[in-house]
Design a protein around this ligand. Sequence first.
Ligand code: MRU
Length: 371
Amino acid sequence: MRAYRWDGSSLWLLDQRRLPAEEVWVRCVSAGEVASAIRAMIVRGAPLIGVAAAYGVALAAKEAAGGPFPDGAPAGDRLVSSLEQAAGTLKAARPTAVNLAWAVERVMRRLREALSQEPAGSRGAAATAATAVAPDALARIAEEEARAIASEDEASCWAIGEAGAPLMPEHGGVLTHCNTGALATAGIGTAAGILRRAVARGHSLRIYATETRPYLQGARLTAWELIRDGLDVTLITDNMAGYVMQQGFVQAVVVGADRIAANGDTANKVGTYALAVLAAAHGIPFYVAAPYSTVDLSVSSGAAIPIEERSPEEVTHLAGMPIAPPQVSALHPAFDVTPARLITAIVTDRGVLRPPYESSLARAAAVPPAR
Ligand code: MRU
């Protein structure tokens, strides 16, 4: 299962707003269109918006490679500023998941490096640095880096799944929140990847998927993709989590992440924090699963993670239908922060990290990424 396709000149995205009712693909041919698709949640999930944005930069580079170059030479400064502008638009599409800015910056770093190489024979010449590389070569470099980001994410998902599967009960219930699967990544998923690998290894799991108001990623996406894989999924509304834990139905909780601060505080889909508090109250292990690209060591604690505020209309309406009086005000933070002290372990492609997270996260920075 793949939620994106790259055909060499456009990025195709499976419109996640319309699942599970319809499988509709949306074509993006510019960085601006990719940024709009990210904002509109056509594509979502921290790793996958990173992959999509990386291809968005590749589209901007392709566009730049097309000219116009009136004097036959690439207009260096215009080229650089159009790429930087596209990168800025993509990074601003959604603020919380660090994978987005990380992926855009990774492609831009390759482009800046290429642009700063002095062309052979021009040493000392007045040529601007930005004219050193042919624009079509630039487009190829961007595309190559986007492909690398996608294939590394696929490998990361597999590594997370393999590292996390042994943490799952042999027989029992596991609660998960939002969607962290193939619709949120370029591979088998993070938390969902752990569930997939555990079941493949013979664990008998009943998966409790929270519906995840207001976007219903759990009901519409997690249930859809895990049932397609033959997993045993039971859907609950978000406010049933306490009940299923109290009844002893749940032996572990595993969720994804949008940004993990240097101290282990983790931003993830709103509602995650409440699940962590409930898990702690019931003595249930609470695992976070994420590729290392979700770790942001530049942010010391969760207090500094920007939380995306989305339209209150997404709360007051369900599938376009009003479910509240028009006068009511509504709050819509898309994410919340779970303090590190509530997290039993963080499962990454670089291994299972345990508290204290300041040191385990910092040490993992030196571990090579999964390939
Ligand atoms: O708003 P969304 O659907 O992009 O939020 C997604 C989540 O919060 C996921 O848990 C997170 O991005 C990890 S996806 C592997």
